[in-house]
Design a protein around this ligand. Sequence first.
Ligand code: SF4
Length: 170
Amino acid sequence: MDLETKIRVLRVVEGTSVDGPGLRTSIYFAGCRHHCPGCHNPQSWAMDGGDEMSLAALLAIVERNEAPVTLSGGDPLAHPAAMLALTRAIKQHMGYNIWCYTGYTWERIMATDELRRVMDYVDVVVDGPFILAERDEGLLFRGSRNQRLIDVAASLHASAPRLLDLDSSL
Ligand code: SF4
């Protein structure tokens, strides 16, 4: 994919500590097809929301911040081709740690080629829909108990989901 390709972005937050360990560059993409009851941000669902930005412009912001990256939304995996291009460029050219929040479960990602390919460049996936009955405000970096912090490399190696050891990654 051409890095001049445009993608719709709700906002970019530079130096945030709420979407993963450390100070991170968080990019929130417009569009989500999961429509979870109780979603904290239903305005993020529209695929034509936010503003158009090029992948090159997003990369420039990431590079300027020299920080790990979180991709969120909406659901960033609603744009698998753009996510593949963006995560590959970040990982190959800058090497930053990448977290990805998605409403897809790990199992669904593994069963879907275009989603699975993105995982080659992602370090941690926070997976699954927000489930209101499972809501727990005491959880770190996620909203409901069904959602998992998945160590992508370990899970790919084991061919099964492996949870992140958060203590050793802080
Ligand atoms: S996946 Fe996230 S953004 Fe999408 S509806 Fe569910 S809670 Fe909202």
